[in-house]
Design a protein around this ligand. Structure first.
Ligand code: SF4
Length: 242
C-alpha cells in the first residue's frame, strides 16, 4: 500500500545530458558507458529504492561536512575544478590540519564494500581524489568513508600519485579524441580499462541494448543539445551503487 506509493514518489526520470567534457565520477567507468551518457542516450528511470539510497548518501555527506565545519578545519567546500579542463567536478571539502591542506572526498559504502575497504580505498574513489589533487595542486588528500548500515568511519590519507595521474589523463585524452573529435563509439573495453573497474559494470549497465548492437547514434536523433547540458548536474544512475 504505502510502499508502492513511496516507490512511485521517489522514482524519477534521469535527464539525458549531452556534453563535451568528462565528469570526475566517470574515472574508472566503462568508456562505452561514458560515450552513451555523453551523447544523451536514453536510459531507464531511476527506481524508488536507488533514489532513496542516493538520498541517504547525501544526508551522510551533509552530516559529516557540518561536523568538520563545526570543528573549524574546513577551508572550502564544493570546490569546482577550474574551467577549461578535461574533467568537470567539485571536490567535497578542503580541510587544513597542522598547517597542511587536504582534499577530502566523503564516500558512503554498503557494509560489504566497506569491509572490502579494510586496508585500501576503492580504486575509483582513489582515482577521483587523485584528479582533485592534480587539478588543485594539493599534494595530499583523504578519502573519508562511512558504512551505510553502521555509520562506522574509515579514512585513507593518500599523497598525489603523479605517475597514476599521467596514465589517467592520457587515457582520457585518447577517449576525448575518440568521442569528441572522431565521434566514434569506443571499442569494447579490454583488460586495461577493466583494471579500473570495481565491479562488473555490464551487469548493471543501462545501455546494454545499444552496446550489444554497436549502436553509435541515438535512434531518431543526429544532433545533441549541448546548451541543455550546461544546466544538468553530474549525477548518474550508477554513481552511488556501493
Ligand atoms: S554493456 Fe558493458 S561494455 Fe557495453 S557500455 Fe555497458 S558496461 Fe560498457
Amino acid at each position: 500500500m504505502l510502499v508502492e506509493k513511496l516507490d512511485q514518489y521517489f522514482q524519477r526520470e534521469e535527464r539525458t545530458r549531452p556534453r563535451d567534457y568528462f565528469y570526475v565520477s566517470e574515472v574508472g567507468k566503462c568508456p562505452r558507458q561514458i560515450y552513451y551518457a555523453i551523447k544523451g542516450f536514453p536510459r531507464p528511470p531511476l527506481d524508488g529504492l536507488t533514489a532513496r539510497k542516493l538520498a541517504v548518501g547525501d544526508e551522510a555527506h551533509k552530516r559529516l561536512a557540518q561536523a568538520l565545519f563545526g570543528m573549524g578545519v574546513v577551508v572550502a567546500a564544493e570546490v569546482p575544478i577550474p574551467p577549461g579542463n578535461l574533467f568537470h567536478g567539485r571536490c567535497d571539502l578542503i580541510v587544513s590540519l597542522d598547517g597542511k591542506n587536504y582534499v577530502v572526498e566523503v564516500k558512503t559504502a554498503h557494509p560489504y564494500t566497506f569491509d572490502q575497504m579494510a586496508s585500501a580505498p576503492r580504486r575509483d574513489h582513489y582515482l577521483q581524489l587523485q584528479l582533485y589533487l592534480h587539478y588543485f595542486g594539493i599534494p595530499q588528500g583523504v578519502i573519508l568513508a562511512e558504512n551505510k548500515a553502521t555509520q562506522e568511519l574509515r579514512e585513507f590519507v593518500v599523497p598525489l600519485d603523479k605517475e597514476e595521474m599521467g596514465r589517467v589523463i592520457r587515457t582520457f585524452e585518447r577517449l576525448q579524441r575518440t568521442i569528441f573529435v572522431a565521434g566514434q563509439l569506443p571499442p569494447l573495453p579490454g583488460q586495461e580499462e577493466k583494471r579500473d573497474w570495481e565491479f562488473d559494470q555490464c551487469r548493471y549497465c543501462p545501455y546494454v541494448p545499444f552496446c550489444s548492437e554497436d549502436v553509435a547514434e541515438i535512434p531518431g536523433h543526429n544532433e545533441v543539445d549541448l546548451a541543455a547540458a550546461e544546466t544538468a548536474g553530474p549525477r548518474t544512475l550508477f554513481d552511488d551503487l556501493t
